[in-house]
Design a protein around this ligand. Structure first.
Ligand SMILES: [Zn+2]
Length: 740
């Protein structure tokens, strides 16, 4: 679910995890003194979408622990328990002995209740229980609380004519906290429906009729190895399959489960999946599952499940095959769904997956420009969304619910993996990633495990690294105060370069990249800084002229707002901001936009309040960022307010606008652009401008998708130009010190 920041804004990525995992996890094969746990489910499920109903028989094998009686299960509150019986055998005959159940006192979650089962006499070892229950699962997906595309729609599970989604949060089968079980699943549904679950399967009978006068029912089976939780989705899918064969000889069965209208996209998704397997199997080891499916969902989602990904229909239609999208979900097959995360002790899975896909994909494909762009976006995301007051250690990140969590747990954490790679070197880093998967598959891992693995492969002590970057909040910010150079008498042509640094953000030990422009050449240096170091000395082969700090965004530093290229997100994240509506009442899309900003503002933290300025405002407020939403009948007014910030870079007129030297005119055109306020460092003037507001209908709706662009031009709502304007490059001239 994605990072972080694509050009379309935040991508949602969550991986499907049980919320009920306890802090300590029993492993299969633990001695019987461990808590009781389910080790196997055999589920026979009949689904009636039109009735929102399911009927289930679950035969489960429970490993009964030493002290626990009664057993404390959870099940959805809406499901009616018919019987629970102990399955015994006498000779060849199977007998069911009913066992007593009682409702526990606590409602664990709004949709889950506790059910206590008392076994007839003190049972030890493995026992088989048969559960029969039925009921409705009807929690229609709601729009997420946050309007900014960070989280998927919210539902604890749903059965309906539009689709079926049953997850670990649904409580659609009885569970014991901490269980790691294998699953056999048989699903009976109306004819034409297809179920998708984890592991291997899909064998299907299209039409079975219990009685000849009844409608067709389809029956399908799935089998999953040991996993944390089982997800089941179903819909009227068109299924397309293809085999992927790796150079290692491995074969993975790929499939798409798409709605009939989108079935034409199957090849595109299958080809993209194969491409990602080609790239990531060599880096991460054999693909952990026999199958991988791309499944279209009836509500907005980006979920990575073991052996399939569940993507909202909107995403599927938008060709969601990019590395930060499909690539990210596929890498979760190893990172998160093979080696498991333990969210309560810190989520490392999203940071590493984001690093491997959203970022590293571009390096892997030698796209240096895009790789740099991703590093820049990750650092900007962290620097803008996480103010020092809101910052928290990566170790405290569990899952995201807003941009700040995204910036800490996905973006900053990804940059920490980049720092680790710089620190221990490529060879050790990639050996570590592979070892992590190989050693910890089928187990929970936390940051301590990662520290152990990378310390082992690098033969380095890395306690300081993880203490500094994972357990502490913040990031350093380094600037050059002074740089002087003097010729070295013994080395003709060479110079000694002395650099004095200003350090903010606390004591951090890290590698500081420097770019040195010399007479006739440039060079770069990677300077390992100790936590307090403020002086650097280097020997360079020619006379140095200028120095810049990390122009390639390789180091994890906090960027200053005034150093970030002017973008809409500077407005979004400003502590003080205002909106100036300069349009007629008839400009409906603009009116809606302003209303939406007001409504959204009321939902987020109290410190972000947006003032709506009066139409006759003739001067910008003395501080903060301003969003001017305007039509061309106000062109002179807009121009007078923005000229000090934008200068010649952007101007507006009665027929259109001019951006970075190019003119755009006509009623179809609209623009969104931002300029730094020179009189209020760190704040911007952002202008959404249209000759005819009708041309901006789509733009006004999707405005915040373009948060990381300086300028975007729209022709009838379609983007025809994107631009990034000057980003600050901290360049320091080197003073020549002739004294020997
Ligand atoms: Zn993810």
């Amino acid at each position: 679910m994605p990072v972080g920041s694509s050009r379309l804004g935040f991508i949602t990525c969550l991986i499907g995890l049980s919320l009920l995992l306890p802090l300590s996890q029993g492993q299969a094969g633990d001695p019987p003194a461990s808590p009781s746990a389910i080790i196997r489910h055999e589920l026979r499920v009949s689904i009636d979408p039109d009735q929102y109903q399911l009927t289930v028989i679950d035969r489960m094998v429970v490993r009964v622990g030493g002290s626990q009686s009664p057993l404390d299960f959870t099940l959805a509150t809406s499901l009616r328990l018919e019987t629970v019986a102990l399955v015994t055998r006498v000779g060849n005959e199977e007998r069911l002995i009913p066992v007593s159940t009682s409702l526990g006192d606590a409602t664990i979650d709004s949709n889950l209740r506790s059910l206590q089962v008392s076994l007839p006499d003190h049972q030890q070892g493995n026992v088989t229980l048969e559960w029969r229950y039925r009921g409705a699962i009807d929690d229609p997906p709601r729009e997420p609380r946050h309007l900014r595309f960070v989280t998927p729609s919210e539902t604890s599970g749903h059965i309906g004519p539009e689709g079926v989604y049953l997850s670990s949060e649904t409580g659609w089968y009885p569970d014991l906290a901490g269980s790691l079980a294998s699953y056999a699943l048989t699903v009976e549904m109306p004819g034409g429906w297809t179920a998708v679950s984890q592991g291997r399967g899909g064998a299907k009978q299209e039409c079975t009729k219990p009685r000849s006068d009844e409608a067709c029912r389809s029956v399908q089976t799935w089998e999953s190895g040991v996993t944390e939780a089982l997800t089941l989705v179903a819909n009227r899918f068109t299924v397309t399959t293809r085999d992927w064969k790796g150079v290692n000889g491995q074969v993975v069965h790929l499939a798409t489960y798409l709605f009939p209208d989108d079935a034409v996209l199957a090849d595109e998704y299958l080809a993209a999946t194969a491409k990602y397997l080609d790239a990531y199997v060599p880096l991460l080891g054999p693909f952990p599952f026999e199958q991988f499916g791309v499944v279209e969902n009836f509500f907005a989602s980006g979920l990575g499940m073991p052996s399939f990904t569940l993507l909202g229909s909107g995403s599927i239609k938008r060709h969601y095959t990019q590395p930060y999208a499909l690539g990210h979900e596929i890498v979760h097959s190893w990172i998160g769904n093979s080696v498991w995360n333990r969210p309560e002790s810190g989520n490392w899975v999203e940071g590493l997956t984001t690093y491997l896909t959203n970022y590293y994909w571009h390096e892997l494909n030698h796209d240096d420009r895009q790789a740099r762009e991703q590093r820049r976006l990750m650092l900007q995301g962290y620097s803008l969304y996480v103010t020092p007051q809101l910052d928290y250690p990566i170790a405290a990140f569990q899952r995201k619910s807003d941009e700040k969590d995204n910036a800490v747990g996905y973006q900053k954490a990804a940059m920490v993996f980049h720092q680790l790679r710089l620190e221990i070197g490529d060879e050790a880093f990639w050996r570590g990633v592979k070892l992590l998967v190989a050693d910890l598959s089928g187990r929970h891992a936390d940051w301590q495990d990662l520290e152990r693995v990378f310390a082992k492969v690098s033969e380095r002590e890395l306690r300081w690294f993880f203490a500094q970057w994972i357990e502490r909040s913040g990031a350093p910010a380094v600037a050059i105060v002074e740089a002087t150079a003097s010729p070295i008498r013994e080395q003709p042509g060479a110079y000694k370069l002395r650099i004095r640094l200003a350090r903010e953000g606390g004591a951090f030990r890290f590698i500081l990249p420097l770019k040195i422009t010399m007479k006739g050449s440039t060079s770069s240096a990677e300077v390992p800084l100790t936590a307090e170091q403020q002086e650097v000395e280097l020997v360079v082969p020619a006379e140095p002229l200028t120095l810049s700090v990390d122009p390639e965004y390789m180091s994890l530093q906090r960027l200053k707002r005034e150093h970030v290229a002017p973008v809409l997100n500077l407005f979004v994240t400003d502590q003080h901001k205002s909106v100036l509506p300069l349009f007629a009442d008839s400009a409906t899309p603009f009116k809606e936009l302003v209303a939406r900003i007001e409504a959204q503002d009321a939902q987020v933290s109290a410190e972000r309040k947006t003032a709506i300025l009066a139409v006759d405002t003739m001067a910008l407020p003395p501080s903060g960022s301003v969003l001017i939403v305007a039509t061309s009948d106000h062109h002179a007014h807009v121009q007078s307010l923005m000229v000090r910030a934008c200068g010649e870079l952007a101007t507006v007129g009665p027929e259109g606008f001019r951006l970075a030297g190019t003119s755009y005119a006509g009623r179809r055109m609209a623009a969104l652009f931002s300029c730094h306020r020179r009189d209020a460092p760190g704040s911007v003037v952002t202008v959404l401008y249209a000759v005819d507001p009708a041309a901006a209908t789509k733009v006004a709706r999707l405005l915040f998708f373009y948060g990381w662009q300086s300028a975007v031009v729209f022709d009838e709502g379609t983007v025809t130009k994107r631009d990034m304007w000057q980003e600050f490059q901290a360049m320091k001239e080197v003073r020549l010190d002739e004294q020997r």
